[in-house]
Design a protein around this ligand. Structure first.
Ligand code: CA
Length: 269
């Protein structure tokens, strides 16, 4: 009669150290760009308590210097800043290769939609309106960091090159490099735009509601308006050029992407 092999091999003489280091190693570095000192200190304090490593920049110029010298994992960016304004900071971060994919959470002072849309158009991934609760800011930061690596899981889309890329029509997404090629041209997308596009490419022909898209790219528990999604989709279409017409608006429902362009979408974006 066979005796089952022991489940674990003999332990080494020196016991393995119990894990004390946080999973993922070094704490995530957050750049807080805020000129109101009390607010910056409050954010910095709470981020530290939550296990992050915050750095504060009190103006846009300093923020860009810090971000370019040592790119952080996430930027919390106030819209109203002395000197270089927040929108400009977001734009420069997006246009600089070393900082182009850093998630940006924008803080807007007024509950004015125009500010929020301008922030998203400039490359922010999400925004919080002042006055905000620290809990909300921490949840958004966490959500932005959590969705940093994109996972393939793209049934229906043609996977090639060892599963690292997804191809739909003229659009190719490289999931490892986080790059998009549209009709052979390299396209620069923000992280949120990239996630949205990959979500659409991963469910070709299926209509994804705005809420579904929000859940896929923003993570659970994050509240954004469906208009946020519309703004991102408009930006994606524009950046893709003609193949942007592969994304179709299904009125009152959401979006659908297919391999073939929809000529009637031309006027929409
Ligand atoms: Ca400010």
């Amino acid at each position: 009669m066979a005796i089952p092999a022991p489940h674990h091999p003999a332990r080494p003489a020196t016991p393995m150290p119990t894990s004390v280091a946080p999973v993922g190693g070094t704490p995530r570095r957050i750049l807080v760009v805020e000129d109101e000192r009390d607010l910056a200190e409050m954010l910095s304090y709470n981020l530290s308590r939550a296990g992050y490593q915050p750095t504060v920049a009190a103006d846009g110029q300093r923020a860009l210097q810090l971000a370019q010298a040592n790119p952080p994992d996430c930027v919390i960016l106030d819209l109203m800043l002395p000197g270089v304004p927040g929108l400009e900071v977001a734009r420069v971060l997006r246009e600089t290769p070393s900082t182009t994919s850093i998630p940006i959470l924008m803080l807007t002072a007024r509950a004015e939609e125009a500010d929020e849309l301008a922030g998203l158009a400039a490359g922010a991934d999400d925004y919080v309106t002042k006055p905000f609760s620290v809990k909300v800011v921490l949840a958004r930061v966490e959500a932005l960091l959590r969705r940093a690596p994109v996972h393939a899981g793209a049934p229906g889309a043609a996977a090639s090159g060892g599963g690292g890329t997804v191809t739909l029509g003229q659009v190719v997404a490289d999931l490892d490099q986080h790059t998009i090629t549209s009709a052979g041209d390299s396209v620069k997308l923000t992280l949120t735009e990239f996630k949205l596009l990959v979500a659409l490419m991963g469910s070709p022909r299926r209509v994804l509601s705005r809420n579904e898209l929000i859940a896929k790219v923003m993570g659970p528990g994050v509240i954004v308006t469906s208009r946020t999604i519309d703004v991102h989709i408009a930006a994606i279409r524009k950046k893709l050029g003609d193949p942007g017409n592969q994304i179709r608006t299904i009125r009152g429902v959401g979006y659908q992407m297919s391999a073939e362009p929809h000529a009637e979408e031309q006027a929409e974006a």
